[in-house]
Design a protein around this ligand. Structure first.
Ligand code: GLN
Length: 514
């Protein structure tokens, strides 16, 4: 019955299950890594095979992975008499995946771009270092929209990732490979980055849980910069509990990132046991407007009834400037990107054109040949809005709107504890459906970008499936700055009473249960 070629026979584990099974010596790290390798080999054979998920850009060497696992198993065996019941949950030996915009020493970091196709960083990003210190085993680097610009994964130089719920559909973006790998159970968890929704939107499209932390909660050191005032890394996993486990590892002040926060850290897993009686939930009318698919509205309403049964209260609130968020975001993010991406000049990093005539030709052709369409579009927009004569009219105006959006949230958080609404106006779109209409793709960020503009934490978790296509639907929970514990606990209380987060896409095996 255990034909390893059939992915249905390969169990999928959450992080917390893996940690428990390892602690009880019921499974070894080598076994966990082998299961992950088998699944990846079976389901993810790169871009060329149309049945492949294409979740990974780079896979780590299997022998090396098993050797790492063996070392960790030995270490665990040596420490077997140590007290297992301390506060820190040991995640060592568990396979995860890292988005391909975190620099990894000795392993390619492409950022989904041709321009970095040959780039191997000489150092590890802080979150990579922290993951390694925790003993997490990196199976590979996940696929993404080029420089994290996009909502479907289709801007990747390596071809789009597929949504395991339906291979003709996008898993969302830009953290598309992390979302598809977690949804399909290739790994228990992965990292993502979220500049305007790239953790929450793919989590919503792929039926998993993901949290964008408060700006500055997680170090950006060694993360390829898209829009530095908005970028934030965070965990993507099946459950809120797993997100808490991984965020415990990733979060914290870093002397190497001057924008990382010194706010004291919380233990996110220790805070998962609070009841949510009398929790005040704000429902912004702007999140339930005419642009939202009615089926999504219904499923969100159903999920709110569950919160109500747990004792939560609802208040209708107003985010009057939310409708301007997309316009402000698509000026500010490209402005910062145009500056950040100026470093890719064919001289210092990555791709260089062949036989340049002179220095100008080297710059021009390296950049025109190395960057894809969407990245070029954003560099053009960004350079334009920062140029003399347009700066006040566009960039400065967008910054003023950003301030108004932040103030809207502050006012609402004087009345309520958290805000809820649909993560996205629609379920996953078909690959190819929107890629030739950038403005339509931008519209799909309507409920996510304001959170980045205000620097707030936001979480998405599955709360149902569409009737016809059985595609996942996500609920977004937004809180005040540094309220990650509250968001994770709120999601966890919901997940204790429902099982949307435990569903596996058909054909991708079952989630382990004892
Ligand atoms: N979809 C948004 C964009 O294209 C968000 C991307 C992100 O969060 N990295 O910019």
């Amino acid at each position: 019955p255990n034909n390893p070629n059939n992915p249905n026979n390969l169990p999928c584990f959450t992080l917390s299950q893996s940690a428990k099974l390892l602690a009880e010596r019921k499974i070894s790290s080598q076994e966990l890594v082998q299961i992950s390798l088998n699944k990846i080999q079976k389901l993810d054979s790169g871009f060329k095979n149309s049945n492949s998920l294409n979740s990974f850009i780079t896979l780590c060497d299997p022998e090396d992975l098993l050797a790492q696992a063996q070392l960790i198993d030995q270490e665990r065996f040596k420490n077997k008499n140590k007290n297992l019941n301390n506060n820190i949950i040991d995640l060592s030996g568990i396979p995860i995946a890292q988005k391909d915009l975190f620099c990894t020493q000795g392993i390619k970091t492409s950022c989904g771009s041709k321009i970095l196709d040959n780039f191997v960083a000489p150092y590890d990003a802080t979150i990579i270092k922290k993951s390694k210190q925790a003993g997490l085993i990196m199976m590979g680097k996940t696929n993404m929209d080029e420089f994290a610009m996009g909502s479907s994964g289709e801007n990747s130089f390596y071809g789009p990732s597929k949504n395991p719920w339906n291979l003709s559909y996008s898993p969302g973006g830009s953290s598309s490979g992390s979302a598809s790998a977690v949804a399909a159970g290739l790994v228990s968890a992965a990292t993502g980055s979220d500049t305007g929704g790239s953790i929450r939107q793919p989590a919503s499209f792929s039926g998993i849980t993901g949290i964008k932390p408060t700006y500055g909660r997680v170090s950006r050191y060694g993360m390829v910069a898209f829009a530095s005032s908005l970028d934030q890394a965070g965990p993507m996993a099946k459950t809120a509990e797993d997100c808490a486990l991984l965020l415990n590892i990733l979060a914290g002040h870093d002397v190497l990132d001057s924008t990382s926060s010194r706010q004291p850290l919380e233990n996110y897993t220790a805070n998962l046991n609070k009841n949510i009686k009398n929790l005040k939930i704000g429902l912004p009318k702007q999140f339930f407007g005419p642009g939202i698919d009615p089926e999504i509205k219904n499923k969100i309403q159903d999920s709110l009834k569950i919160f109500e049964s747990l004792g939560a209260e609802f208040i209708e609130v107003d985010l009057p400037h939310n409708d301007l968020a997309i316009s402000a975001y698509y000026l500010i993010a490209p402005a910062e990107a145009s500056s950040n991406l100026s470093r890719f000049d064919g001289v210092r990093f990555g791709y260089r054109c062949e036989n340049p005539k002179d220095l100008k030709d080297l710059y021009e052709r390296s950049r025109s040949e190395g960057f894809g369409e969407e990245v070029k579009r954003r560099i053009l927009i960004g350079t334009y809005v920062l140029s003399q004569g347009y700066f006040e009219a566009y960039y400065l105006k967008a910054q003023k709107i950003r301030r108004l959006i932040s103030e809207d949230f502050q006012k609402v958080f004087n009345q309520v504890d958290v805000i809820m609404g649909p993560t996205c106006p629609s379920t996953a779109f078909k690959i190819g459906e929107k890629i030739h209409d950038p403005l339509a793709l931008y519209q799909s960020d309507a409920n996510t970008v304001a959170v980045n503009l205000a620097g707030l934490p936001g979480l998405s978790m599955p709360v149902g499936f569409s009737e016809a296509l059985k595609l996942p639907i996500g609920l977004q929970i937004i809180g005040p700055h540094f309220s990650e514990s509250l968001l994770l606990n709120t999601a966890h209380q919901f997940q204790l009473n429902t099982n949307f987060h435990l569903q596996m896409p058909p054909g991708f095996g079952e989630l382990f249960h004892e």
